[in-house]
Design a protein around this ligand. Structure first.
Ligand SMILES: Nc1ncnc2c1ncn2[C@@H]1O[C@H](COP(=O)(O)OP(=O)(O)OP(=O)(O)O)[C@@H](O)[C@H]1O
Ligand SMILES: [Mg+2]
Length: 237
């Protein structure tokens, strides 16, 4: 049995602990919910549990489809074990349908199907409010080399295909999502962090109703029954 040791990092949505195994971390999913880069903050009972369940289920699905990632196992309602990675400080976003900042910045109507999946890089730096950057900034900042940039884009596009197919079975449209990647001690880049309604835009296939954190961002109601609905549907696929 892996043992939890000291707290390494307390983020906005999760706590990370070291364990008695060098390359394994212990993650606790929190009820804390934030928007606007942490400017708005609330405790929502049950959210941590739901995100842990949903992320675990999605990572299991990805594993079955041959996608390499950090997830080891879910160990309690709110906790999982993951492989320790050196996180690449990028939030990598893929968009299938216009929404959020893409709609706002480029004046593309929310809900417009994009002609191809668009990949965007954001620098993971809270102090700078995670700014939008391009490939050349990634190179300039020495975050990744050209080969790695291309690999990251290839990986997120492949993951998009698998996620679209998975959510389709749950009668959900995958509008956009954010991923993080990291390097294993021996070098390979694998998927990290979480995939949940906190990090994806998910719309009901028929009604286009939000099944994600936009319910909180835009004050559309209680987030818990919405996340429960996502989990319920994913359990049927
Ligand atoms: N396998 C991993 N190994 C090491 N760190 C990880 C791994 N997976 C995720 N992380 C990091 O753990 C933290 C998760 O916490 P949380 O999601 O609460 O952070 P956050 O508040 O969103 O802040 P951040 O801006 O750092 O992502 C993130 O910093 C994420 O990059
Ligand atoms: Mg996070």
């Amino acid at each position: 049995m892996t043992k939890k040791s000291k707290l390494l990092y307390e983020g906005k949505a999760k706590k990370l602990y070291a364990t008695d195994e060098k390359n394994i971390l212990w993650v606790e999913y929190l009820n804390q919910t934030t928007a606007l880069n942490g400017l708005r903050k609330d405790l929502i009972q049950g959210k941590g549990e739901l995100n842990n369940q949903i992320t675990s289920l999605v990572f299991e699905y990805l594993r079955q489809r041959g996608i390499k990632h950090h997830f080891v196992e879910k160990i309690s309602k709110t906790e999982q074990l993951i492989q320790k990675l050196k996180i690449i400080p990028l939030e990598i976003v893929l968009r299938n349908v216009a929404a959020g900042s893409l709609s706002k910045r480029l004046n593309v109507e929310k809900g417009t199907q994009l002609s191809f999946p668009i990949v965007e890089f954001y620098l993971k730096k809270d102090l700078l409010k995670d700014p939008f950057i391009n490939d050349e900034h990634v190179l300039m900042l020495k975050i990744a080399n050209l080969e790695e940039i291309n690999l990251l884009k290839k990986k997120i596009r492949k993951i998009n295909e698998v996620l679209i197919e998975m959510f389709q079975k749950a009668k959900i449209k995958l509008i956009d999502f954010k991923l993080e990647f990291g390097k294993l001690p021996d070098g390979p880049i694998v998927l990290a962090d979480e995939i949940s309604p906190d990090t994806c835009r998910l719309w009901d296939e028929i009604t286009n109703e939000h099944l994600d954190k936009d319910v909180y961002r835009y004050n559309l109601g209680n987030l818990v029954p919405v996340y429960q609905e996502v989990l319920k549907r994913l359990l049927t696929i």
